[in-house]
Design a binder for this molecule. Structure first.
Ligand code: ZN
Length: 237
């Protein structure tokens, strides 16, 4: 890794690459510089130097990270919720109270981000469970379990033994996008593939299939900006 006044980048030596190439990992907010094996490192550094402006511009166009800090506004289930955090060393545990469009957090922790995340995960699990159940009942399918994870590789999944799991970050998606992901996984209870029959069912189970799917495909990566940065954009299976 290079620590200069340039944006952060890693050097990736490559047997197959024919030329130097810079690629931005939008979630880690870091560049990867592919360097052909025979290319001298000095040339690679020079290459990065000459692309300084391009790198800064690319970074500035990324969705801005939104940590869980006092005053942060989070889109929770389609409603903007403002975090109101008070630090109080004398309280024993962190308390979190939802009131209208406010989330009041009182904590002895300097950074209660992890507690807020836990609270939101629980909320995500509840809504995803209720919605999955509702949709599965309409097609007479049973669900064993609904879990939420901080998945790095997928927004949702459905196993052959009828366990559904979702990324808790769907709580930050517009309701029709979350609904589409649930419809998608529930449709897999019947079709464990992406056949035409599967898509027809997924569509019929969705509130707004077209916009929901469109949002996930085009904006899904923005969900990763809340809380801590993550490694890669999940896909859906
Ligand atoms: Zn799928």
């Amino acid at each position: 890794m290079q620590y200069t006044d340039l944006p952060l980048y890693t050097i990736k030596p490559s047997k197959r690459a024919r030329r130097l190439a810079l690629r931005l990992d939008p979630l880690e907010r870091i560049f990867h510089l592919t360097v052909p094996l025979r290319c001298p490192l000095e040339r690679a550094y020079e290459f990065a130097d000459t692309h300084e402006e391009w790198m800064k511009k690319a970074l500035s166009e990324l969705p801005v990270p939104q940590p869980f800090i006092h005053g942060a506004v989070l889109p929770v289930l389609g409603q903007n919720i403002t975090l109101d955090i008070s630090h109080n060393p004398s309280v024993k545990i962190t308390s979190i109270k939802e009131e209208g469009e406010m989330l009041y957090i009182t904590s002895n922790l300097k950074d209660p981000g992890i507690r807020i995340e836990r609270f939101l995960k629980k909320k995500a699990k509840e809504i995803l469970h209720v919605k999955s159940k509702e949709k599965s009942l309409t097609i007479n399918k049973k669900i064993e379990n609904v879990n939420v994870r901080d998945t790095k590789s997928r927004w949702g999944s459905c196993s052959s033994d009828k366990n559904l799991s979702y990324s808790w970050r769907l709580i930050f998606a517009p309701p029709h996008a979350l609904d589409y992901v649930v419809a998608h996984e529930v449709a897999h209870l019947k079709h464990l593939d992406h056949s035409a029959k599967f898509w027809a069912l997924c569509r019929s189970l969705s509130d707004n299939f077209v916009e929901g799917q469109f949002w996930m495909q085009n904006h899904g990566h923005e969900l990763m900006r809340y809380g801590a940065a993550k490694r890669s954009t999940p896909r859906q299976e």
